[in-house]
Design a protein around this ligand. Sequence first.
Ligand code: UTP
Length: 478
Amino acid sequence: MTEDLRARYAAAGQEHVFAFWDTLAPAEQAALQAQLEGIDPARVNATVAQALAADEAARNETGARVDPPPADSVVSTVGGGADEAHYRALGLAAAARGEVGVLLLAGGQGTRLGSSAPKGCYDIHLPSGKSLFQLQAERVAKLQELASQDGARAVVPWYIMTSGPTRAPTEAFFREHAFFGLDPANVVFFEQGTLPCVGNDGKILLDTPSCVATAPDGNGGIYAALRAPRAAGDASVLEDMARRGVKYVHAYGVDNCLVKVGDPVFVGVCLAKQVPLGVKVVQKTDPGESVGVVAQKNGAFSVVEYSEIPPALSEARDAHGDLLLRAANIANHFYTVDFLAREVPAFEARMAYHVARKKIPAVDLADGARKKPDTPNGIKLELFIFDVFPFCPRLAIHEVARAEEFSPLKNASGTASDNPETSRRDLLAQQRRWLAAAGAHVADGVDVELSPRVTYAGEGLEAARGRTFDQTQNVEAL
Ligand code: UTP
């Protein structure tokens, strides 16, 4: 081990990470050394200090001003209409030019769902048995088809952000399913970063005597991960986008079975508004719903958590009877690649990590034993993807219909909400509505699933007109 390395950790007050060095086998020493060389202990200290200061400030904050977003930043396409068709055409034209990419956030560990596989592998028991990844892959394929014009095949590359825990099983799942028919050259995996976990005293925790405890850096880790080489010597995702001519991206969370992947309407709204950043929202109707809303906090765009809003403001309504603060955040973002490559790095250092106090299994320095604590013993640091909002004065907020676009899978089967049963119910209800609108009839008690290869958003169902579906089925072609 170089004395330099030990000196760097000593200077940062983190020398205890070498506590068991002399007891380790040579291979363990090599592994620990490699891990420690990849960590900058002074930066860890600074990041923890910044996060704790921001956490403290947030807890002591009184009287932050929360206002609804300016009306001219909001575009609603609830109920469709001519505007929606206009926006869709704009978005499809950009996809036809190869300018649209899709960014999937799939680095979360899905602890509430409790499945050992990545969330995207989850089967919500549709008639087809398709996983969330498969539904999304088929929507990418359909979008490419809808955007293809005059014999020229449009390509919408799909960038999939994984994390240490999800990368290998996610890639294996895609290989096992032959990339669900997509060209593997257009599916690009990359990995978000990790940060060391620290104890309540700010000391880096050891997971084993030869390994520092680390955790993924939150879905806001995407910004740094987009710029990092995908592997040693490889291009970064942003370089890959530049090489392909991708100028706009739609980013979304893996756990929404209704997500309109690469949504041309959303892309079109953001192009029409000429913004570097957009966010899709659904209408919050129940003041008690504990969801973050897009609003202005002290004059800057922000996602304001339910707990931060005084009840009277949560319940306040406008002249139409709608909640004043109703733009419920559903983790769907639009970015220009230029914003990601040039603007984010300029303010990123000012984005403070959030502090999550957790029970983190760690080695007791006194006896070298790994212990599982009963109470929170340390801190995991996370950035949120919406932490960029306050730094962006031009944001478009696109309001869409919840029943058409949002049904998150957060909790295990049998829980009260946002679980596999509600996901399945909401997707099949949507397909029933689409078939009814196309003039087909689905018998009571029957579930009909429409493959994304048949329809992306309810279009192209003319062949179903007059048909009665009296058996539960998955429709792959009409
Ligand atoms: P959630 O915050 O709901 O977390 O993620 P989760 O991991 O899915 O579930 P819990 O909280 O452990 O139960 C919202 C989106 O952000 C992604 C998730 O994969 C999901 O698409 N995410 C979350 C990441 O990509 N990286 C992270 O570090 C955390």
